[in-house]
Design a protein around this ligand. Structure first.
Ligand SMILES: [Zn+2]
Length: 162
């Protein structure tokens, strides 16, 4: 008798149902890194660089405590309720961005930034290109980089020309 009851309890019919909700959601992971850089266009002379970038072109470098926010968009999986595993997104950001950039000089030490003027604008595009191929559930929606709490740039992937 006891055996029969236990069988009944484990039967799928007696498990509570879950309701899958439809809707596009945006899930964000934030990571931090510190890096040095200098804004300089090596094809231009020193006067042009100083006039264009001011102190940001200081030949002895300067640093930022960067904050990177990466957002993935999509529908929650009906079985898990997750759009994606945020731990897996953290691992992608660690491998692709934080590992190569943290405590580095962005002008000279990061292979995927070679030849790129490391403005926030260029960095978000370069970071998108690094991250996007690794997003396996949902789609990459936004890469936002804070150079300071008040200055940040965001890239949402290729867009029609403005
Ligand atoms: Zn700077």
């Amino acid at each position: 008798m006891a055996k029969a009851v236990s069988k009944k309890r484990s039967s799928p019919q007696t498990r509570p149902a879950v309701r899958a909700l439809a809707g596009t959601v945006f899930v964000t992971r934030q990571v931090h890194f510190n890096a040095a850089h200098r804004l300089v266009n090596p094809t231009k002379d020193a006067a042009w660089n100083e006039q264009t970038y001011g102190l940001c072109s200081n030949e002895h470098w300067h640093g930022h405590n960067y904050v990177l926010e990466v957002t993935v968009a999509g529908e929650p999986d009906p079985e898990t309720g997750y759009l994606l595993d945020l731990g897996a997104l953290r691992d992608i950001l660690t491998a692709e961005i934080v590992g190569p950039c943290d405590h580095r000089n962005l002008n000279v030490e990061v292979p995927f930034l070679r030849g790129v003027i490391p403005t926030s604008e260029n960095l978000v595009i370069a970071f998108w290109n690094q991250i996007e191929p690794h997003i396996k559930s949902g789609r990459l929606y936004s890469v936002k980089l804070f150079e300071t709490p008040r200055n940040f740039a965001e890239y949402r992937g290729p867009q029609p020309a403005l």
